[in-house]
Design a protein around this ligand. Structure first.
Ligand SMILES: O=C(O)[C@H](O)[C@@H](O)[C@H](O)[C@H](O)COP(=O)(O)O
Length: 238
């Protein structure tokens, strides 16, 4: 099932999605005992975590039952400000009582010689946890229709999709070296939530919703639900 929800502006997308995530995590824990959430980088992706951190909903969640994963990561030094995990840590993960062993970071350039080896280690980490069907998987969208670090026309996106995680070089969005979940991994999620705000995203949103085969955002779907959580200016071309 696919639904599109249009909010007034970027802050409203972040606030509503942060609240939605808080409710979803407590619901999943009540139903299944453990929740696997996959985070995304980007403005809305980090903004919604900040919003959840300041919401009373944050206290509803049994954080010891939450496992946090990433859809993609920038392959730079562990303390580089570009790291998605560092940004998430600052706004939410470092504030809530989340056990360190529940935080599944993609490897940095300080720990791994290549993005390939970091991707392989991440695939092993996913396998070691039973290759979970992600309960909620968040994705920002680029103006070019990329999601996670899967870029349209990039050889990694075009290549066969039989692995869990891939190394990405020559990313059109800096920094150039990245690690990303594959499309197969993303689409194992029960719920995929696509978040986007701003007029720069309008073409990607309309192309994605119309099923433009060239756009990675058009190829993502949850097995139970796909939610597009966007603002008014990203919705003008639908
Ligand atoms: O690490 C990253 O760069 C991302 O995960 C990427 O896929 C991001 O989510 C989109 O580019 C949207 O980013 P903005 O919301 O900042 O435009």
């Amino acid at each position: 099932m696919r639904s599109v929800v249009v909010y007034a502006n970027q802050q409203a997308v972040a606030d509503a999605t942060g609240a939605r995530l808080g409710v979803a995590l407590s619901d999943v824990i009540a139903q299944r005992g453990v929740a696997h959430v996959v985070l995304t980088g980007g403005t809305v992706g980090i903004g919604l975590l900040a919003s959840l951190a300041s919401s009373p909903l944050v206290g509803l969640i049994d954080w010891t039952s939450v496992h946090v994963w990433w859809g993609d990561e920038r392959f730079v030094g562990a303390r580089d400000a570009d790291r998605n995990e560092g940004q998430a840590q600052r706004v939410l993960l470092g504030i809530v009582p989340l056990p360190e062993e529940n935080i599944h970071r993609m490897g940095s350039a300080d720990e791994f010689p290549t993005a390939e080896s970091a991707a392989a280690a991440y695939a092993a980490e996913v396998a070691a946890h039973g290759t979970p069907a992600w309960d909620v998987l968040l994705l920002g969208v680029g103006p070019d229709g990329h999601v996670a670090s899967l870029f349209p026309g990039h050889p990694v996106y075009a290549a066969a999709d039989l692995v869990e995680a891939v190394a990405v070089h020559d990313s059109p969005k800096p920094p150039p070296n990245r690690v990303s979940l594959s499309l197969a991994s993303i689409n194992r999620a029960r719920e995929v939530w696509v978040v986007a705000a701003g007029e720069a995203k309008a073409a990607a949103v309309s192309g994605g919703l119309a099923g433009d085969k060239n756009l990675p955002v058009a190829a993502v779907a949850g097995t139970e639900r796909t939610l597009w959580l966007i603002d008014a200016s990203a919705s003008t071309e639908i």
